[in-house]
Design a protein around this ligand. Structure first.
Ligand SMILES: [Zn+2]
Length: 431
């Protein structure tokens, strides 16, 4: 079986050249590997790293590097030391994958003595921050790639998708990287002195839950988010506005919190386009509702469909909300008075049941004529909530009566079959 180390492969290949000495072969192999390392990573690895070998296994590459530095900066006292110790620290850093295989760089970082007598560090390990942060297990460019990728999807989905192209990273790590990157971007944004127009609006992280309110500040010219802060109060807005003295103009909604914050920070205030359009929409909608009935019921076959869902409007008491989007009533909805009485008699309704049935039928009739719920309530001397309840239960109420009438006829037919006296009953029906 062929070796998984590239160094061994090259040595195997040179077996056929008998004229070359073993020492030369070793040197040729080392030189070749170094050229490969340069070839791939010339522009994205520290200059003084030299590739010593590459190991390939089922789904990963490990690149083995040594650092050939002659000096390093002490992270504690920031002085340059040329006093290299004989020991080193081996680090493994994951990098961008190659051909769907996970890539690791294993680097021997040199240890240096700090020569500053006052320094608290006796020795320190050299760092290559442009490649990877101290103690980080992921390279900077890999982190960048993960964050860019994960911002478009959930961290869970990203973790699964990334592993397919050879990046091994957990959901938690992805979340941590995004938060860290976000914090860095915000820190950078807060230092900006070229923002001319600040746009501010509030947003609830959880819809409808004002305890999750945040204020979003946007560069009005580039439309890019500058900072998102928790809370949507005047004090919070003021704090952020003070961070951007270069902004003369604040574009905002008509809420008082941002208005007074902007006033206190001496900014020119303009209404933003979104809220102007939103206001126009509301005015047009309100005007339309003044003209059309509150609820529209449209006949469909033997039933009814409610077209306007007034449950979604603020003016309706929440306790009377309909749980369905539309109301469908099957069965007869308009009956002549005597027809109604006859049905009540046949169904043998109690006084209470009869009252409910009559009211339900009346409400449906008035609804069909296009009256609003409030108007129906007024005419029938009941509350809007009652009208709602009767109408909501109408299908059931009507069906119950129909069932009872069916029962009556079944009973009647049976009696007829048994040749019993039915005269009384027929009289009753005719009456
Ligand atoms: Zn030092």
């Amino acid at each position: 079986m062929e070796s998984s180390l590239i160094g061994d492969r090259i040595m195997d290949f040179m077996e056929q050249y008998n004229s070359i000495t073993a020492q030369t072969k070793k040197e040729l192999a080392a030189g070749t590997i170094e050229i490969i390392g340069n070839f791939f990573y010339e522009f994205c690895m520290p200059n003084l790293w030299h590739l010593r070998n590459i190991k390939r296994s089922n789904n990963e590459f490990v690149f083995y590097w040594v650092s050939d530095t002659q000096q390093a900066v002490c992270p504690e006292c920031k002085t340059v030391s040329q006093n290299r110790a004989n020991t080193y620290l081996t680090r493994r850093i994951q990098d961008l994958p190659i051909s769907g295989m996970t890539v690791y760089h294993e680097i021997k970082d040199n240890r240096y003595y700090c020569d500053t007598p006052e320094c608290s560090s006796i020795t320190f390990i050299e760092q290559f921050e442009e490649m990877a942060e101290k103690d980080a297990r992921l390279s900077e460019r890999l982190k960048d790639f993960i964050v860019r990728y994960a911002i478009e999807a959930s961290s869970n989905a990203s973790s699964k998708a990334l592993i397919k192209i050879g990046i091994k990273v957990s959901r938690d790590t992805i979340l941590r990287l995004i938060k860290k990157k976000g914090a860095a971007v915000v820190t950078q944004n807060l230092k900006r002195d070229d923002v001319k127009v600040l746009s501010v609006d509030d947003i609830n992280l959880r819809k409808g839950n004002s305890s999750t309110a945040c204020s979003v500040f946007i560069d009005g010219e580039t439309h890019r988010v500058l900072v998102i802060v928790q809370g949507a109060t005047e004090e919070i807005a003021q704090k952020v506005l003070k961070q951007f003295p270069s902004a003369d103009i604040v574009s905002r909604d008509r809420g008082t919190a941002y208005a007074s914050a902007a006033t206190k920070c001496d900014k020119i205030q303009v209404a933003d386009g979104f809220h102007l359009v939103q206001n126009i929409h509301k005015v047009v909608k309100d005007a339309l509702y003044q003209e059309i009935p509150h609820d529209l019921f449209v006949r469909e076959g033997e039933g009814w469909i409610r077209m306007v869902n007034s449950a979604s409007e603020e003016s309706v008491d929440t306790s009377v909300q309909d749980d369905g989007d539309c109301l469908v009533v099957m069965g007869p909805t308009t009956l002549a008075e005597d027809d109604l009485e006859k049905r009540i008699y046949l169904a043998e309704l109690t006084d209470k049941q009869a009252d409910k049935y009559k009211k339900t039928m009346k409400i449906l009739e008035l609804t069909e004529s296009g009256l609003r719920t409030s108007e129906i309530a007024k005419r029938l001397s009941m509350t809007g909530q009652d009208v709602w309840n009767y109408r909501k239960n109408a299908p059931e109420t009507i069906q119950n009566v129909e069932n009872k009438i069916d029962e009556y006829y079944q009973y009647y037919e049976q009696r007829q079959y048994r040749q019993k006296t039915i005269a009384k009953h027929t009289d009753a029906i005719i009456k």
